[in-house]
Design a protein around this ligand. Structure first.
Ligand SMILES: CC(C)(COP(=O)(O)OP(=O)(O)OC[C@H]1O[C@@H](n2cnc3c(N)ncnc32)[C@H](O)[C@@H]1OP(=O)(O)O)[C@@H](O)C(=O)NCCC(=O)NCCS
Length: 439
């Protein structure tokens, strides 16, 4: 990852729109700690977070200022240095089907102060981010969202779903397998140094995963300053294979059972497993901890293998949510960056109100699933073709969304009979997309 993007100037169209309402839109000088702190406090306030301590500001100043950090200021206010709106963006590696990753524009920290809401600031920020990403030659933008009602209007589509699990441990025995390897408690600092290489060895196996930046590992481990309750309750268990190599970790907390000591709740904050045996051993561990009645885990895969390990699948309640949203900016570059299942020729009539992805495109794949894309005026009569907006194309992109469901919902139109089934077959990713963190 390079940070050439961090100084890319703000979009002039958005700057003019924001200036028209008497506000100023600019990059934050992230070499200036005071300027960064004002921005960071506004970002936290925007998400109803607390005032950030000096230690938290220092840690974020060291950890996230490589990003393109943007503010909107209202110079008429009593504290004009505190922005009334924020964003933070960077080029990030997104895993796509075929075991590779592409550069995508990750957008985060989108906030507008409640005092300045619903006057078009977020629209200018988002459209500015998309124009800037396109100007930098990035094929795609992405974000995780606080609400699923906001970003469709900017061309984003839900591409990766996640599941929150609540497991009743009294019903949750695992199918018996031979137990190999070693489990042991390790300190959170061991997790911070050893988990990233384990994750890097498997990141490209799952579409939707992104690189995890160093501060995020520390936040997961509770070693970053901030939430003292989290830090003091966090435990880490490591799984080593028979040769003694670390193959997985679980970061978890246990909360008291009240009057009945057997009713503790265990929260899995992160579970990372490089091998099936690490996966089974770590889940078995959390489900068998004494005095725990309920295990909660957020942001797991919607195709979580654990469900198939449970002798009673209904021991787990599964609540899916939309998690990663993608926004294709460059159709040929995006579609040729992944591989597909088998040979086909497909036509996509893509509508995009913002223009980036608008047009007709033919995707040709060979027997090995390698793609070529060409813009066309008209589709050849012989090929399977569909009409859809950039939102739906972005949703389909990672191969985790069922095309027939989008047709049934009226969001994709078959231009030739049976085209949806062909798109489904060609786009399907053998591994269900999953993103294990927020950003
Ligand atoms: C979400 C937020 C950034 C919107 O900012 P804003 O400046 O008020 O938004 P805008 O005035 O630019 O609105 C742009 C469009 O989005 C719509 N919109 C804005 N917030 C929305 C919401 N929460 N739900 C649904 N629609 C929303 C507006 O109605 C407007 O629609 P239109 O232009 O298509 O008619 C702001 O409310 C906020 O900071 N919320 C709390 C933090 C948060 O959730 N951020 C998003 C992180 S992923």
């Amino acid at each position: 990852m390079t940070n050439d993007f961090s100084l890319h100037p703000v979009d002039l169209t958005s700057a003019a729109a924001i200036a028209a309402s008497g506000l100023r839109y600019d990059l934050v000088d992230t070499s200036n700690r005071a300027a960064f702190e004002a921005w960071f406090q506004a970002d936290s306030r925007g998400f109803h977070g607390p005032s950030m301590s000096k230690e938290q500001v220092d840690s974020n100043f060291a950890g996230v200022t490589y990003r393109r950090t943007i503010g909107v200021w209202d110079d008429r206010l009593v504290a004009p240095e505190v922005p009334v709106a924020t964003t933070s963006s960077w080029t990030e590696q997104l895993t796509v089907p075929g075991g590779q990753s592409i550069d995508a524009w990750a957008i985060s920290s989108v906030t507008v102060s409640p005092t300045h809401r619903r006057r078009g600031i977020a629209r200018s920020l988002l459209e500015g981010e998309l124009r800037s990403a396109a100007a930098m030659g990035l094929p795609m933008a992405m974000l995780t969202v606080s609400e699923s009602t906001i970003y469709g209007r900017f061309g984003f589509g839900q591409a990766v779903f996640a599941a929150d699990l609540t497991i009743d441990t009294t019903r949750a025995s695992l199918v018996a397998h031979e137990r190999r390897g070693t489990l042991q408690h390790v300190s959170p600092t061991v997790f911070v140094s050893e988990a990233p290489p384990v994750f890097e060895r498997i990141r490209l196996a799952t579409p939707g995963q992104i690189k995890v930046w160093p501060l995020r590992w520390e936040q997961m481990a509770g070693t970053a300053p901030g939430d003292e309750e989290y830090t003091k309750n966090t435990r880490v268990v490591r799984f080593d294979d028979e040769s003694g190599t670390p193959r997985g970790f679980v970061v978890y907390r246990v909360k008291g059972g009240g009057a009945d000591f057997t009713h503790h709740k265990l929260t899995v904050d992160y579970l990372l497993a490089e091998t099936p045996e690490a996966y089974e051993a770590l889940w078995r561990f959390v489900l068998e901890v004494d005095l725990v009645r309920e295990v909660k885990a957020e942001l797991r895969s919607i195709d979580e293998p654990l469900l198939w390990l449970l002798s009673d699948m209904r021991a787990a309640q599964v609540s899916p949510i939309d998690h990663l949203w993608l926004r294709i900016l460059d159709v040929p570059a995006s579609l040729t960056a992944r591989t597909y299942s088998g040979a086909a020729e497909l036509g996509f009539d893509v509508s995009d109100d913002l223009g980036f992805a608008h047009g007709r495109f033919v995707l040709s794949t060979d027997e090995g699933g390698m793609p070529q894309v060409r813009p066309v005026e008209e589709f050849p009569a012989t090929i399977a073709s569909v009409a859809l907006s950039v939102n739906e194309l972005s949703s389909l992109y990672l191969g985790g969304v069922t095309v027939s469901a989008l047709v049934a919902a009226g969001r994709i139109t078959e231009l030739t009979e049976g085209a949806a089934a062909v798109v489904e077959r060609v786009f399907h990713a053998p591994t269900t997309p999953w993103l294990s963190i927020w950003f």
